[in-house]
Design a protein around this ligand. Structure first.
Ligand SMILES: [Zn+2]
Length: 275
């Protein structure tokens, strides 16, 4: 797997992960992916408040673990950033976090149905990940995790697991790298989708505990992660997404025909003005 060597490369990879997560149905208008600062474990990067499909390397804000921006800025921030800060505080091994409200999971979250892997890639998170219900500790809230105490409570529920199921809200999933976290987020969403569909037909057969453990090692032991990342990144590139520079802009590449038409329009306008 190619190694990310510099901070600009790491920032660009996080922006790309955000685009991939949108393209693969994990994120939509809401939700976010963060990464721990590669050189400073007491800091992390998360985009300013923006649709995940518009995140660039330039839109990342550097936070301390209390989720306070390290440098002053005048951008709006994600209100649920304490999820990231409190988990980085509690789990030294976690290098990336994704919080999402994917439609694939919502039926499970609404019915308190446990997540079980129904095919091998679903084992990227173990069977029966823990649950967290904000109401248990905090009563009626606006259902967003905005207070440090709420983030810390969620981090406690996550414990040493890979993923925590947030009742009637969403999912928080962690990884040992941005790519690892993205891979687990995408594959677990696929599995959740299959699980819900299977349950609508009848009883869903899950992998055995032994199969889950063995298949769960896929990420670390095979080329599946690299192959998936390359494929997903290619889809973004084909769509004219993230630029190849570390400080890429959001502007999609124009189709050559559209470029030609715009040039023609420009010429006509010029002629009119001259008249
Ligand atoms: Zn949320």
């Amino acid at each position: 797997m190619p190694v990310v060597n510099t901070l600009p490369e790491a920032r660009r990879e996080l922006a790309l992960a955000s685009r991939i997560a949108v393209n693969e149905g994990v994120l939509d208008t809401f939700g976010h992916i963060s990464m721990r600062h590669p050189d400073n474990p007491k800091r992390y990067f998360l985009s300013r408040s923006s649709a995940p499909d518009m995140v660039t390397a330039d839109s990342l804000i550097e936070y301390d673990l209390d989720s306070q921006a390290v440098r002053p800025h005048d951008h709006a921030e994600y209100s649920e950033r304490v999820i990231h800060g409190e988990i980085y505080k509690a789990r030294q091994d976690v290098m990336a976090i994704c919080h999402h409200h994917s439609p694939a999971f919502m039926p499970l979250l609404a019915t308190a149905t446990d997540y079980v892997p129904v095919y091998h890639l679903g084992a990227v998170v173990a069977a029966n990940p823990p649950w967290w219900d904000q109401h248990d500790e905090f009563g009626d809230t606006i259902m967003l995790v905005r207070e440090p105490a709420e983030g810390a409570s969620l981090a406690r529920a996550l414990g040493q697991h890979q993923m925590v199921m947030m009742r009637r809200h969403g999912i928080t999933i962690v990884g040992s790298s941005v790519r690892d976290c993205t891979y687990r987020a995408v594959q677990s969403c696929r599995n959740a989708d299959y699980l819900v569909r299977a349950l609508s037909i009848g009883k869903a057969a899950s992998l055995s505990p032994g199969e889950t453990e063995l298949a769960g090692q896929i990420t670390g032991k095979t080329t599946g992660l690299t192959r998936s990342w390359d494929y997903w990144a290619m889809q973004i590139a084909r769509a004219g997404g993230l630029s190849t520079s570390a400080t890429g802009t959001n502007r999609p590449k124009r189709h050559p025909a559209a470029k030609k038409a715009a040039a023609k329009r420009g010429k006509k306008r010029g002629k009119k003005r001259r008249r």
